[in-house]
Design a protein around this ligand. Structure first.
Ligand SMILES: Nc1ncnc2c1ncn2[C@@H]1O[C@H](COP(=O)(O)OP(=O)(O)O)[C@@H](O)[C@H]1O
Ligand SMILES: [Mg+2]
Length: 249
């Protein structure tokens, strides 16, 4: 049995002549709250796309919970316990927050249903729990499409959690948010990790956000992994400083 929840070896991906991912090896233990950082275009989203099955690597291997998932399609990887939130919106804008979350839970339980008539009581408890965890209780009756950007993000998080993931991937969870929303979102992410025990990997290009929350940072630069360690180790790394030249690290 592999002791790592995620064990990536020698991942490569090119788009035409552009090498977006170069020999990236990365391992993650159960319970980590870690970040992949790097400037725009560094290959962060591509890395996520590769491990979650949205892109197929040219080379390399992805082990998740000990299984080789390298060539699995995204839905199968999701069912196996790797969930993504953000950048891919799964929200049904015409349904209420409550209906959105319940729908996601029912899909996870693979129950078929008529959303509006039958089975009103199904998954009620789980839905209420998830709304509570993500701070959406007050908004349970709101039409999802009309909510604020911050609350939509919370809802996306709730939907990602509905599959009870072992590993949650968040691609720039605070993109486009105000300072206040950013901190609220990251507090929520930290809570999910601490209290629900979800292993979380997120990407971020904003350094200060990352240093405050991740316990481990891995830096990508032009598709290659250039540093990996504690926030302090990464902050002190000379190559990282060069990459982020001019920015406060
Ligand atoms: N589907 C794609 N087709 C072509 N080029 C892509 C594609 N996805 C990403 N790229 C390129 O790969 C590089 C890395 O992109 P990306 O992974 O999105 O970086 P990041 O998320 O770190 O900003 C960029 O130069 C980007 O233009
Ligand atoms: Mg990106």
């Amino acid at each position: 049995m592999n002791e790592y929840i995620l064990d990536v070896q020698g991942l490569c991906k090119a788009f035409g002549g552009l090498q977006a991912t170069t020999e990236v090896s990365y391992r993650m233990g159960q319970g980590e709250l870690s970040a992949i950082i790097g400037p725009n275009g560094a290959g962060k989203s591509t890395f996520f796309n590769l491990i979650s099955g949205f892109h197929r690597p040219d080379k390399g291997q992805v082990l998740f919970k000990g299984a080789d998932i390298t060539s699995w399609p995204p839905y199968r990887i999701a069912r196996f316990g790797m969930s993504r939130a953000f950048q891919v919106s799964n929200i049904y804008p015409m349904l209420t927050t409550y209906q959105n979350v319940r729908q996601a839970i029912l899909v996870q339980q693979r129950r078929t249903m008529d959303l509006f008539r039958r089975a009103e009581h199904l998954a009620r408890k789980e839905t209420v729990q998830l709304l509570e965890v993500t701070g959406l209780n007050e908004h349970h009756n709101e039409i999802a499409g009309t909510m604020s950007q911050g609350d939509k993000k919370r809802l996306e998080l709730a939907l990602a959690l509905a599959i009870k993931p072992d590993l949650l991937l968040l691609d720039e969870p605070t993109a486009g948010m105000s300072m206040e929303e950013t901190h609220a979102t990251m507090e929520l992410v930290a809570d999910l990790n601490r209290e629900m025990g979800v292993t979380i990997l997120f990407t971020e290009h904003d350094m200060p956000v990352v240093f405050g929350y991740a316990r481990r940072l891995t830096v990508l630069h032009q598709g290659a992994l250039i540093a990996d360690g504690s926030p302090q180790e990464v902050r002190d790394n000379e190559e990282v400083q060069r990459v982020y030249l001019g920015e406060e690290v």
